[in-house]
Design a protein around this ligand. Structure first.
Ligand code: SAH
Length: 397
């Protein structure tokens, strides 16, 4: 970290984005770099006019060459990082009273590259950039001081990690804990799978699933792209008559079964299916199956603007098929976590699908990200989750 930081000088006429609070400096926005540095080091950023602009970390292997940590001439030390983490916790308001929540959401909390989820007395962390990885020991020390966790599990994996030139890593880095970490959301027992996806469980649908539960009583439901069954468990806890869980990950479905057992949900109220959801929706229609509630929570369909068309097509298909599977006045709970597809684009895809399916869509609920996945307007990349509950009925009713 030292105090002889290299100096990154911005080009003269760059977009306003970075001046308006966005932390990313792209390689093509840099005029020159003065001084020595290694990738992952802390650097100082100056404007073209040689005015101090901010401090951040650098990685020339990434198109996002600098990620800013502060716009003040501070030192990036333990005190700075601790204040950032405490600020993130304050920004979560009352959600911190809950048993599980996202403690740090990267850029949205002024800590680019860092993800921290709390599951009961455990934390799972991701260091997704080289620069944040270099701060790992300081961050762990602070998290241990604040939370006194029983264990911290690190899950640094995925395509972005490789892009950063980082080694993938997964394992307990402080204390230890079970492979499946028990936690609770909305009074339902869950398990975060340390060998599963991302940090083990998705915490971003907590409010949407709680809302959907209000409509569950006596309903026949289908939870597609269920992962370990978040939505379906909410439906069961709300009194659903039956839920079919569909995911193509065998492991996710096994963990979902465990979770249903933990909550004491009767076996004949559930079916667990390992299948491609696209195929499952199609064959269910061919078999004339009907549901009161269909949930769609697929993974991101496009990582960049270039694959948006494919994403549109995917959304249209699964939503169209689900509309066809619903009983009259059934509910479609449909989500999109593709950041490059906007709210209004997502809604127009649904309208397109409804036209083809010849149904009326009545908006029952429009949800999004909870406060532990903060959405910063200045950093569009932090806004990704769209969620709607739509009542679906035939046009010629
Ligand atoms: N609804 C879940 C999160 C779903 S994440 C929750 O709230 O926790 C998306 C899931 O879709 C993952 O579990 C992944 O395994 C699954 N998946 C991705 N593509 C699929 C496909 N074509 N068919 C079935 N499942 C798929």
């Amino acid at each position: 970290m030292g105090n002889r930081n290299a100096k990154v000088i911005l080009k003269k006429d760059i977009k306003r984005r970075v001046f308006n609070g966005h932390p990313w400096v792209y390689d093509n926005e840099i005029e020159k770099i003065e001084g020595n540095f290694e990738d992952g080091d802390i650097v100082l950023v100056y404007t073209f006019a040689n005015q101090f602009f901010g401090i951040g970390y650098i990685n020339t292997k990434s198109k996002i060459t600098v990620r800013l940590l502060s716009r003040k001439p501070v030192e990036i030390n333990r005190e700075f990082l601790k204040n950032r983490i405490l600020q993130a916790i304050r920004n979560r308001y009352s959600i911190t009273k809950e048993n599980a929540y996202r403690v740090i959401f990267g850029e949205a909390d002024g800590l680019p590259g860092l993800i921290v989820d709390k599951f009961n007395e455990y934390l799972t962390v991701q260091f997704n950039t080289l620069g944040m990885n270099k701060l790992k020991n300081l961050i762990l020390d602070i998290l241990i001081e604040i939370f006194s966790p029983a264990g911290i599990f690190e899950r640094t994996e995925g395509s972005s990690v490789k892009k950063e030139g980082l080694e993938e890593f997964s394992g307990w880095i402080y204390g230890s804990g079970p492979e499946l970490i028990p936690f609770e959301i909305n009074g339902i027992k869950f398990l975060a799978d340390t060998k599963g996806q991302k940090t083990g469980a998705f915490l971003d649908q907590r409010e949407n699933a709680r809302k959907l539960r209000e409509f569950a009583h006596d309903k026949i439901c289908l939870d597609c792209f269920s992962y370990t069954g978040n939505f379906g468990m909410h439906l069961l806890s709300g009194g659903a008559k039956h839920v079919t869980f569909v995911d193509y990950s065998e492991r996710a479905i096994e963990v979902a079964k465990e979770i249903a057992k933990l909550n004491g949900f009767d076996k004949d109220r559930t079916d667990f299916v390992v299948a491609n959801a696209f195929d499952y929706l199609k064959s269910s229609y061919e078999k004339s199956k009907k549901y009161d509630i269909v949930v769609l929570d697929p993974p991101s369909f496009a990582k960049s603007a270039s694959s948006r068309d494919a994403a549109f097509k995917g959304y249209k298909e699964i939503n169209y098929r689900s509309m066809k599977l619903l009983k009259s006045e059934g509910l479609l709970a449909t989500a999109s976590c593709t950041q490059v597809v906007s709210q209004s684009e997502f809604e127009s895809i649904l309208v397109d699908a409804a036209i083809d399916a010849k149904v009326l869509l009545r908006l029952i609920y429009r949800g999004g990200q909870p406060v532990d996945h903060p959405q910063v307007y200045n950093i569009l990349e932090t806004m990704y989750l769209k969620f709607l509950i739509l009542q679906v009925s035939p046009i010629n009713n």
